[in-house]
Ligand binder design. Sequence first.
Ligand SMILES: Nc1ncnc2c1ncn2[C@@H]1O[C@H](COP(=O)(O)OP(=O)(O)OP(=O)(O)O)[C@@H](O)[C@H]1O
Ligand SMILES: [Mg+2]
Length: 239
Amino acid sequence: MKINLSNINHSYNGKAILQDLTLKLEHAEAIAIIGPSGAGKSTLLRLLSKIEDPDSGDIHVNDIDVIKTEAKEYYKKIGFVFQSHNLFPHLTALRNITLVLEKVHNKTPEDAKRLAIDLLTQFELVEHMNKKPSQLSGGQAQRVSIIRSLAISPEVMFLDEPTSALDPILTREVLRTVLKLREKNMRFVIVTHELGFAKKVADYILFMEDGRIVEHGPVSILEKPQTDSLKKFVEFVME
Ligand SMILES: Nc1ncnc2c1ncn2[C@@H]1O[C@H](COP(=O)(O)OP(=O)(O)OP(=O)(O)O)[C@@H](O)[C@H]1O
Ligand SMILES: [Mg+2]
């Protein structure tokens, strides 16, 4: 996937959060964004996925000019997974997936159902397909959200700490699901505080601090940080 950010600035209530971010990546397949709380990781992910537009600057994802593209069109091409699942509460796991395929992607009900059941089977969730979100465990619900995003065959998926609302066991289940996305060659950008997982799943790391990308490169930068900031962060998280 290609990501091109040029001179991105973004503020909330007059306070600058992202400052002059510039980044050009041509070949990253799975990017992990790491960094301390408040660094601007979620903000950057919201801009990449056009939940918000920046105050100024340009964003290209692959060949899409994100700011110039209408949100509705862009959302057909990307997937987004939040910290906690955002399934429709009154619909079953299966219907949560087929609804989007039918309404947004114009699949016939039969095709939508076939595709959804195929994915639920691959991800070992098919036995839960008739349950509503309240009848699923947190990990299962989050995995259904991931599959719902995947079902539309997006160009890129954006995941913001998909395990932060889960206990360690459920976290493992969800991380396994993300590893499976990688095996399927899905391109994604994930915000995660699990450095061990970032090393395993990503091929590229962005380290953010105070609204800036302080260091970025292949995962090996976690072993050999070039900046004091990343070095301190890795030591702190690994403690
Ligand atoms: N909608 C908003 N309105 C006002 N301030 C915001 C808003 N969203 C984020 N901020 C501020 O922007 C800064 C960056 O927040 P962001 O959520 O991007 O950080 P983060 O790196 O994702 O942190 P965490 O690891 O805790 O999730 C923080 O100081 C936060 O308070
Ligand atoms: Mg965040």
